[in-house]
Design a protein around this ligand. Structure first.
Ligand SMILES: [Zn+2]
Length: 472
C-alpha cells in the first residue's frame, strides 16, 4: 500500500471545502456533512458543532480529539469575529500597528475599549477579571454576604447519572474501570448532568432553605477535570448587627442563627462497614428512620479532611500547616472567634476532621460540600481576589495581553492583523479537561448571579453630548 500523497497547497479553514471531513475520515465516512459544504440554509459554526455533539450515534462526542478541535475552532472564530467588530468600530482597518500604538500612547482609554472586547471571550482571564469586578461592585452595594458554599462532584458514584449513560447493563455491576470509561466517552451528558443538578439544588433547595435574596456562583474544573461550583449567598433573615462593635447580645443572636445553618457534628460513630458507597444511594430511597445513619455514612465517605496534601499544606518558616487548620479542636459549644484578623464562626464539633456542612445540602447533593458562614467583609474581598476571578494557570493574564499589544510587531505592519493574532492567542493556549470542553462547547453558563450588570462607557464623546442635553 502506498503512503497517501500530500497536496502541495495547505488547506485554508475559511475556504477549503471538506477540510473537516478530510481531517476526521472515520467520523465522516462518506465525506459529506462538512461545515463548508454548500447547503440551502447557512448555519453558524456554533450550531454546526453543537449539532454534531448531539448526533444520534454519539460518534462526535465520543471521539477524544474531535471535541477539542470543535472547541478550538469555535473559540478562535469567536475571537476573530470580535476583533473584526473592534477593527470596524474603531476605524483602524488601514491603520499600521505603529499608528495604533501611537494612538494608544496618546490616549490610554483606547486600551480600555480594546479590553472591553477581550473580556467578552468566555473563560479567558480577562473574562474572569470582569466577573470579579462585578462581584466587587455587588459586595460594595449589598455588603457582607452570609454563606460561602462549594459543591463538588461525586459523578463517579451518582446512580442517576449512570442511568442516563447506560441502559443495557445493571449499574451496580459496573466495575470502576467501566465507570471511568463510560464517563470519558460521554463528557456532554456528564457535564450537562452536573450543571443541571447544581442549578436545581441551588434554585430549588438552597434558595428557599437559606431564604436567599442574592447570590453569585461560578463553575470551575479541578486539575483532574472534575467540576465544582463555588459562590456566596445573602440570606434575608440574617440578624443585622454592627460587626465593628459586636456586643455579647449580638454574639448570642448570631450564634443561635448560625447554629441552625452549619454543623461540624458527626451524628453517629465512625461506621466503616458500609457495603454500598452512600453517594450511590438516591436521597428519595432513604427512609426517614435512617436519616441520621445516612447522614453519618455520607460524612464519613467524603466530608472528613483526614489527608492533607499539596492542595492544602502551606509552608511558613519551613513548617507545613493545613490551610484549613485541620485537625480542629472539638467543642461542646459554638463560638465566634477573632482568627488571623477575621471574625469566624466555629460550630459545635465532635469530630476533629469533619468539614463544616449543612445536613440537608449534604443529604440531597450527596457529594462533598462546604458551607462556611461569613462574619467579615474582609473574608468576602479575599474570596473575590483568590477564587472568584481565578482563571486557568496557563491563561494569558490581563497585563500580558496589554503588554503584547503595546510591544507587538506585525509582519505586514497592519494593526488589524496584529490585534487579531493577539486576541486569537488568548483562547488557544490552555489545558482543558473533557468536561470543561463540553461545558464551553455547548455554551452553558460559566457563572450565575442574582444581579445583572450594566456597563456605561464614559470614554466616548456621545456621553458628553447626552450630558449637555440633560442639562438643557
Ligand atoms: Zn489539610
Amino acid at each position: 500500500m502506498n503512503y497517501p500523497s500530500t497536496a502541495g497547497m495547505p488547506v485554508n479553514e475559511f475556504t477549503t471545502e471538506g477540510y473537516i471531513a478530510l481531517a476526521f475520515p472515520v467520523l465522516f465516512p462518506t465525506g459529506k456533512g462538512d461545515y463548508l459544504q454548500a447547503r440551502p440554509v447557512p448555519i453558524s459554526r456554533d450550531k454546526y458543532f453543537k449539532y454534531l455533539m448531539h448526533y444520534e450515534d454519539g460518534r462526535f462526542a465520543k471521539d477524544p480529539r474531535f471535541r477539542y478541535f470543535a472547541m478550538n475552532t469555535i473559540l478562535r472564530h469567536s475571537a476573530i469575529s470580535k476583533s473584526n467588530i473592534y477593527i470596524k468600530n474603531m476605524n483602524i482597518k488601514g491603520e499600521t500597528l505603529q499608528e495604533l500604538q501611537n494612538r494608544i500612547t496618546e490616549n490610554r482609554s483606547l486600551l480600555y475599549n480594546i479590553m472591553a472586547y477581550y473580556t467578552t471571550l468566555r473563560s479567558t482571564s480577562a473574562y474572569w477579571h470582569r466577573r470579579s469586578n462585578e462581584l466587587t461592585h455587588m459586595v460594595d452595594q449589598l455588603g457582607k454576604a452570609t454563606i460561602f458554599f462549594t459543591l463538588s462532584a461525586a459523578d463517579y458514584h451518582w446512580s442517576d447519572l449512570f442511568r442516563l449513560l447506560i441502559s443495557e447493563w445493571d449499574i451496580d455491576d459496573l466495575t470502576d474501570n467501566e465507570r471511568r470509561q463510560v464517563m470519558h466517552e460521554n463528557p456532554i451528558i456528564v457535564g450537562y448532568f452536573f450543571q443541571e443538578r447544581a442549578h436545581i439544588l441551588i434554585n430549588n433547595v438552597m434558595v428557599p432553605l437559606f431564604k436567599v435574596k442574592d447570590y453569585w456562583f461560578r463553575f470551575e474544573w479541578q486539575h483532574r477535570g472534575s467540576p465544582r461550583v463555588h459562590g456566596i449567598m445573602y440570606c434575608s433573615d440574617e440578624p443585622q448587627v454592627d460587626y465593628n462593635k459586636l456586643s455579647n447580645d449580638d454574639i448570642e443572636i448570631l450564634k443561635s442563627y448560625f447554629d441552625k445553618l452549619c454543623y461540624a457534628i458527626n451524628p453517629m460513630a465512625l461506621n466503616t462497614d458500609v457495603s454500598v458507597h452512600p453517594s450511590k444511594i438516591r436521597f428519595s430511597d432513604v427512609t426517614s428512620t435512617n436519616y441520621a445513619q445516612d447522614l453519618s455514612n455520607l460524612l464519613n465517605a467524603f466530608q472528613r479532611h483526614t489527608k492533607c496534601g499539596s492542595h492544602c499544606l502551606r509552608s511558613k518558616n519551613n513548617v507545613y500547616k493545613c490551610r484549613y487548620n485541620f485537625p480542629h479542636d472539638t467543642s461542646n459549644v459554638s463560638m465566634i472567634d477573632d482568627e488571623n484578623g477575621y471574625f469566624t464562626f466555629k460550630p459545635k464539633r465532635n469530630d476533629q476532621y469533619i468539614q463544616t456542612y449543612n445536613n440537608i445540602i449534604t443529604q440531597v447533593w450527596r457529594a462533598n460540600t462546604d458551607c462556611t458562614l461569613i462574619l467579615d467583609l474582609k473574608a468576602v474581598i479575599s474570596y473575590i481576589a483568590k477564587y472568584a476571578s481565578k482563571a486557568e494557570k496557563t491563561s494569558k493574564s490581563y497585563l500580558d495581553f496589554l503588554n503584547d499589544l503595546i510591544n507587538a510587531k506585525s509582519q505586514d505592519d497592519l494593526a488589524r492583523s496584529a490585534l487579531t493574532k493577539i486576541i486569537v492567542s488568548c483562547v488557544s493556549e490552555r489545558d482543558y479537561s473533557a468536561q470543561k470542553v463540553a461545558h464551553i462547547l455547548m455554551g452553558w453558563p460559566l457563572y450565575s448571579s442574582s444581579r445583572s450588570f450594566v456597563y456605561v462607557n464614559t470614554n466616548v464623546s456621545d456621553w458628553h453630548k447626552l450630558e449637555v442635553i440633560y442639562f438643557l
